[in-house]
Design a protein around this ligand. Structure first.
Ligand code: ADP
Length: 493
């Protein structure tokens, strides 16, 4: 069971409210951009972070070399540790330029770098005046030169710890230099906050913007939907507006228009078929009814009764034939009718048809001349092929004069087999040749009704030929005759 008003299958999907196309486009686009932006922001942040630290590390390196490589180290046999221990750190860093302790204090006040010398056990040997009572953290497990963050009096410092060795390579102590990270940390933190605060704002704005662009882009689709919804049986000739630019939307509209053209054509033919069929069935019924009505009005002699009844029987036979043909056409057009294609000997099928048709031809003083020039096998459904040949042959006999000969030939050419049925009859005008395969089409209404034709025979031939992939060609000259050619797919052995 499906919900009223909705096609089957749709009700299931409607259980979840469908997200509109414009929202979906906006969501996918924003989602992708959000991920990309997060990656870019993270990369920027990490790069800035790294650059900032590398600047500090560079500064620390400079400070270390300033402290260690004073040119007043003349006694080379004294290792750096012993020299710094002897001179004191403040004195070593300020160097020759300042001498008084007053000067040293001044420099220490403005110098933001903290330097500390520890021995190999971590005991402080010397430290710069600005360290006052504070101590730089020493980490005994760091063997080589090591840069790291550490805390000093509740502020974060960038520190380097450098081992000092004597000539024999024994670690005598460590030089620890630290610079405050305060301003850099603030910049990094601010950058982080700015990014985190703006990120959702940018994403929301982007979603709104994309949704707006998506709505504008799909507006033409909505027009197509509105037009499609407005098309009913009453205005089936309405078509989608074609956009000026030949883009995908143009192709969509043009494709729907072509589909509508085909549908309209099919509906028109279907309508015509129903009208024609009911007309064809109503005519003999009306004739029979009228004849019988007149017949029962007053008593008549036996000969008259016999004549009228025979006339009615002829009409009823015609009707029965028509109904058979209509059913055959309907069945051949339903999906279930699939031909039983097999390798078929055309000569054999022709012989079967001839056994039925030849007595009738002889009774009407026409003869059939058959020459089989192809003995191979073709792929076809034998019963369908029989029906096709019978229809074409009976037409050839019907539309040719008494005493004439209908010729049947088979042969092979260019890898295909063919069968021609040629008569020397009334022929078909060139202008009508295209229409003879249409349902209920008769070249000459009065001529055909006298021969009992319904105009369905050749449409059945075309339909059965299509089902079996057999080609049908016709050529005709008025008053000279008509030739039908069937072209078969050959079976290769
Ligand atoms: P019908 O039952 O009227 O013969 P068909 O579909 O078999 O219907 O043929 C359609 C029309 O084609 C016929 O009415 C006739 O006018 C024309 N036609 C078919 N075959 C021949 C032929 N061999 N010679 C002349 N006209 C033909």
């Amino acid at each position: 069971m499906h919900s009223p008003g909705g096609p089957p299958g749709v009700s299931g999907r409607r259980m979840f409210p469908a997200m509109s196309l414009r929202n979906r486009i906006a969501l996918y686009y924003t989602g992708t951009t959000a991920v990309l932006m997060a990656v870019v922001f993270a990369l920027i942040f990490l790069t800035v972070d790294r650059v900032v630290y590398s600047h500090f590390d560079e500064e620390l390196r400079h400070e270390v070399s300033e402290t260690l490589s004073k040119d007043h180290v003349q006694e080379h046999d004294i290792c750096e540790f012993d020299r710094l221990k002897a001179v004191g750190l403040d004195e070593a860093r300020v160097g020759d330029r300042l001498h008084s302790s007053q000067d040293i204090k001044k420099v220490a006040d403005i110098d933001p770098d903290y330097v500390q010398l520890v021995d190999s056990n971590g005991q402080i040997v010397s430290r710069t005046a600005n360290l006052a009572r504070n101590v730089l953290i020493f980490t005994p497990s760091y063997s080589g030169v090591r840069f790291y963050n550490a805390e000093l009096a509740q502020s974060t410092m960038r520190q380097v710890q450098v081992p000092l060795v004597d000539r024999s390579g024994t670690v005598k102590g460590y030089l620890i230099v630290a610079v405050p990270l305060k301003s850099a940390m603030m910049i990094l933190r601010d950058l982080k906050y700015i990014v985190i605060a703006w990120y959702p704002v940018i994403i929301i704005a982007l979603f709104g913007l994309t949704r707006l662009i998506a709505s504008r882009s799909i507006r033409p689709i909505e027009e197509v939907i509105a037009t499609a919804e407005s098309i009913t049986q009453a205005n089936f000739d309405r078509r989608m507006p074609l956009p000026a630019r030949q883009d995908e939307l143009y192709r969509l509209s043009a494709t729907i228009n072509a589909l509508l053209d085909r549908l309209q054509d099919a509906f028109r033919r279907e309508k015509q078929f129903t009208a024609d069929a009911s007309h064809e069935l109503k005519t003999p019924l009306a004739v029979v009814k009228g004849t019988l009505d007149v017949l029962v009005r007053k008593p008549r002699d036996v000969v008259h009764y016999e004549d009228r009844v025979r006339y009615c029987l002829d009409e009823l036979n015609r009707m029965a034939r028509l109904i058979d043909q209509l059913l055959l056409l309907a069945r051949s057009e339903s999906d279930s009718s699939s031909p039983n294609i097999a390798p078929v000997d055309v000569g054999e099928v022709i012989a079967t048809v001839l056994s039925r048709v030849e007595p009738l031809a002889a009774a009407r003083h026409r003869s059939i001349d058959t020459k089989i020039g192809f003995s191979g096998r073709v792929s076809a459904d034998p019963a369908m092929l029989e029906m096709m040949l019978a229809n074409i042959l009976s037409n050839a006999l019907k539309y040719s004069p008494e005493g004439s000969v209908v010729e049947i030939r088979t042969g092979a050419q260019n890898g295909t087999a063919f069968c021609t049925i040629a008569d020397h009859g009334i022929g078909i005008p060139d202008s009508k040749l295209q229409s003879i395969f249409d349902r209920f089409y008769r070249v000459d209404e009065s001529r055909s009704s006298s021969t009992g034709g319904s105009g369905l025979g050749l449409s059945i031939v075309r339909r059965l030929a299509d089902l079996q992939h057999i080609g049908v060609e016709v050529s005709s000259r008025e008053k000279l005759g008509t030739t039908f050619t069937l072209i078969f797919p050959v079976v290769r052995n």
